[in-house]
Design a binder for this molecule. Structure first.
Ligand SMILES: [Zn+2]
Ligand SMILES: [Zn+2]
Length: 376
């Protein structure tokens, strides 16, 4: 409702920036292509810029600065701070402060991009009302880093120079004024808009679409599709369960280029102390979630048993099997919990078996539900 918008608290600079860049990209880029054609060099420059700036947000702003999931040498810090500024998502210090607040108070009033306030609010609406100076009380560690503080002071100028002026100049040297306009529009403005909306998806769609294998009590979700658009940040249910892990896509088959880049940096001696949650703790979270889902299904099944709706022989046999499986999964959970608490390593083979038994248990519960005679 228009009269409910608190116009006195609107951040006009951010709002105008988001709106003008969006419409310039959406309207200006197609007109440019129609008028001057598609130059593969400019497209390649935009793609390189998109990857560098996008991954500076995911690898630098997010996993390195906000979560301290690994330690990085100065070239990685400086590179991600410079190209992160080119995404125009505030300084790394500001961004990390908001993000730590998001993890601490997820889905609550204090969460800056609380999804319960609606999809648009979580995606970008909150930025329209983000006023400065911010409290920045939860980033005392980052305030001690001179590089972070240098970027905090100059991020707008760095972003303009490296993110807009530089691609314009490269375009100019490549093919004169038409190239300059292309560099500005495609690698500059359109690329900023694309990177921004891809990272905004982490706060909107990654809290709306996908599975919750680790914890269904949070709105954060795991989605392969979202991982494609976010350099691997789409495994957001895992991330909210284990925020200090340098991996978001923790399984070997999951798409997480940010994780791969951190791993490559570590092999080159540019990153160290990569934080990994032990496999036992990860499976423990998955089994805990299985138990949660099973309890819900069991409660529903018990209710229908109490009314005598389900009394076929097949149902009774299946019910018997479920009881045995529940005991087995309960025992596995207790063993795993003890191992995780004492730091005892469990072999991959055993972990895989326990995971398979939990999956089978849930599948059998679902099948049992379907076996119930439906009321006429
Ligand atoms: Zn989140
Ligand atoms: Zn995070």
């Amino acid at each position: 409702m228009i009269h409910r918008i608190p116009f006195d608290r609107v951040n006009w600079t951010s709002s105008l920036f988001l709106t003008i860049t969006f419409f310039t990209a959406v309207i200006g880029t197609p007109i440019y292509f129609i008028k001057f054609g598609v130059d593969p060099f400019l497209i390649a420059m935009a793609v390189v810029y998109f990857i560098l700036t996008g991954m500076s947000i995911t690898l630098g702003y997010h996993r390195l600065f906000a979560h301290r999931a690994f330690k990085a040498k100065a070239p990685v810090k400086l590179g991600t701070l410079i190209f992160g500024a080119c995404a125009f998502e505030d300084s790394a210090l500001d961004w990390s402060s908001d993000h730590r607040q998001h993890h601490k108070h997820v889905d609550q009033e204090e969460d800056p991009y609380d999804i319960s306030k609606g999809f648009f609010w979580a995606h970008m609406g909150w930025i329209f009302f983000k006023l400065y100076p911010r409290p920045l009380a939860n980033v005392a560690d980052l305030k001690k880093d001179p590089l972070v503080m240098w970027q905090h002071r100059w991020h707008r100028q760095i972003g303009m120079l490296a993110g807009i002026v530089l691609p314009t100049l490269i375009g100019l040297f490549w093919s004169g004024p038409v190239g300059a306009l292309g560099g500005f529009l495609i690698a500059g403005v359109a690329r900023v808009v694309a990177v921004q909306h891809c990272t905004f998806l982490i706060n909107s769609l990654c809290h709306t679409m996908g599975r919750r294998p680790y914890d269904s009590r949070t709105s954060a979700r795991d989605s392969f599709l979202m991982a494609i658009f976010t350099f691997g940040e789409g495994y957001h249910n895992y991330h909210h369960s284990f925020q200090h892990d340098y991996r978001n896509g923790v399984k070997v088959w999951q798409w997480d280029p940010t994780k791969w880049a951190i791993w490559i940096f570590s092999k080159l001696g540019l990153a160290s102390e990569l934080r990994r949650v032990p496999d036992e703790k990860i499976l423990l979270a998955e089994l805990r979630e299985t138990q949660r889902q099973a309890e819900l299904k069991l409660a529903a099944l018990e209710a229908s048993r109490a009314t005598g709706a389900a009394e076929t022989a097949a149902w009774d046999a299946a019910w018997e099997k479920i009881q045995q499986m529940a005991d087995q999964v309960g025992k596995n959970y207790a063993d795993l919990e003890a191992a995780a608490t004492e730091g005892v390593r469990v072999s991959r083979k055993v972990l895989a078996r326990w995971k398979a038994e939990a999956t089978e248990y849930l599948e059998n519960l679902t099948a049992l539900d379907e076996l119930q005679p439906q009321p006429a």
